[in-house]
Design a protein around this ligand. Structure first.
Ligand SMILES: *Cc1c(COP(=O)(O)O)cnc(C)c1O
Length: 388
């Protein structure tokens, strides 16, 4: 069988699309009816799969999509997504005509950008723009009402630009201390009030603020991490008033099982030595898959039991200490649930001294993503066709 999408290695990620739609629905229920959801699907939907998550979020009621770069927006268009898409990052003004052609909304924060972009857009064309305000994130955005008014003036005077939105981004919305958040919100309210006309979309909240701060809703929120079922931070986890469901899991299968005698070694550097008779299993996943060497010692689930990774993780394989003789072909869960046990994305993040956002993002493209709906793996093309 040499079908497209078929793969020959037993390592894969499963993305449960029901979790994504449930999470979107939970957040929507939590928001007032007039507040829309922008589904943030940058970075291949945080490693989950851009078009699959986008379709699911839109079906669950999202009104807009957001990505980091125009390349990502174009990829979604090329995969048939027609919903509005906002590029959150910077785009070159010389590429403005591409945004027009693909009906992609751009983030603007410099007057000079608009002056340059004019040269690259035909007079009968129209570019949708959202102005980004830097209220304290210190990344991109206008910082004063003067800068804002200059952009608003150019956009108002020139038919080629349509000012559709204005937004900002919080640096600390996931922290229990709300002082800095309040400062940012006050700055945003102040700058929005300096506009002579309010654009259609006004948005400031990421997942954390969408869950915690009704006064920061304006009329749209940008939902990223919570849509994937993950908490924006450990410190605000207790403040989430509804149960989010993790969509991402990572699985492999035992390709080899052997019995070691006391004193035998495992993997590069021969750093692991068996302490007695031990059953050692090999799984075909390694650091080139994003299962990086720092995960040595991390437990995985085999036959419902926690089993540690022993010896160094190789580029494409790693070894685990099995509880007993387990048959070759047995499924190994690296992230996700098996019987009563669950290895969360947060557990992996803690092991790596990082945040949960990073974990699905660093699982490489070499690991195929399979999609689940109604508890079953679906071929997404078939499921989309059946849906119509
Ligand atoms: C990534 C991103 C988001 C989504 O943030 P979450 O914490 O994942 O909800 C929202 N807004 C901007 C500008 C972003 O870059």
């Amino acid at each position: 069988m040499e079908e497209q999408g078929y793969f020959y290695r037993d390592t894969w990620a499963e993305v449960d699309l029901d979790c994504i739609s449930e999470n979107v629905a939970l957040v929507k229920k939590h928001l007032p009816q007039n507040v829309g959801v922008i589904a943030v699907v940058k970075a291949n939907a945080y490693g989950h799969g851009d078009v699959q998550v986008a379709e699911t979020a839109l079906t669950a009621g999202a009104v807009y999509l957001a990505v980091a770069f125009m390349d990502e927006a174009m990829a979604l268009r090329n995969k048939g997504i027609s919903a509005p898409i906002l590029v959150l990052g910077a785009t070159r003004p010389t590429d403005a005509h591409v945004a027009v052609k693909y009906k992609i909304t751009l983030t603007i924060f410099q007057e000079e950008w608009l002056q340059e972009a004019k040269k690259h857009i035909q007079t009968n064309e129209r570019l949708l723009i959202h102005i980004k305000v830097d209220t304290g994130m210190g990344r991109i955005g206008v910082r004063s009402t003067d800068e804002l008014r200059a952009i608003e003036r150019i956009a108002a005077e020139d038919e080629r630009f349509h000012l559709e939105g204005i937004y900002t981004h919080f640096a600390t919305a996931d922290e229990l201390d709300t002082t800095y958040f309040e400062e940012q919100l006050a700055r945003f309210e102040n700058i929005v009030s300096a506009l002579s006309e309010r654009p259609k979309y006004i948005h400031s909240s990421n997942s954390a603020a969408a869950i915690r701060f009704p006064k920061a809703y304006f009329n749209t929120v940008r939902l990223g991490i919570a849509m994937y079922g993950l908490t924006p931070s450990l410190e605000m986890e207790k403040e989430i008033p509804f149960p989010l469901r993790e969509a991402f899991s990572l699985k492999s299968r035992l390709v080899h099982v052997k019995k070691l005698q006391k004193g035998e070694k495992v993997s590069y550097g021969a750093t692991y030595e068996s302490t007695g008779e031990e059953w050692i299993g090999t799984i075909p996943i390694g650091y080139a898959d994003g299962w990086i060497r720092r995960l040595q010692g991390q437990e995985v689930l085999v036959d419902g039991k926690r089993s540690p990774i022993v010896g160094r993780i190789c580029m494409d394989q790693c070894m685990i200490l099995l509880p007993y003789d387990v048959p070759v072909g047995t499924t190994v869960t690296l992230i996700g649930g098996q019987t009563e046990q669950f290895i969360s994305v947060n557990e992996i993040a803690e092991k790596l001294d990082t945040i949960n956002y990073e974990v699905p993002c660093i699982i490489a493209n070499r690991v195929p993503r399979l999609y689940k709906k109604g508890g079953e793996i679906v071929d997404l093309k078939n499921y989309l066709l059946n849906d119509k």
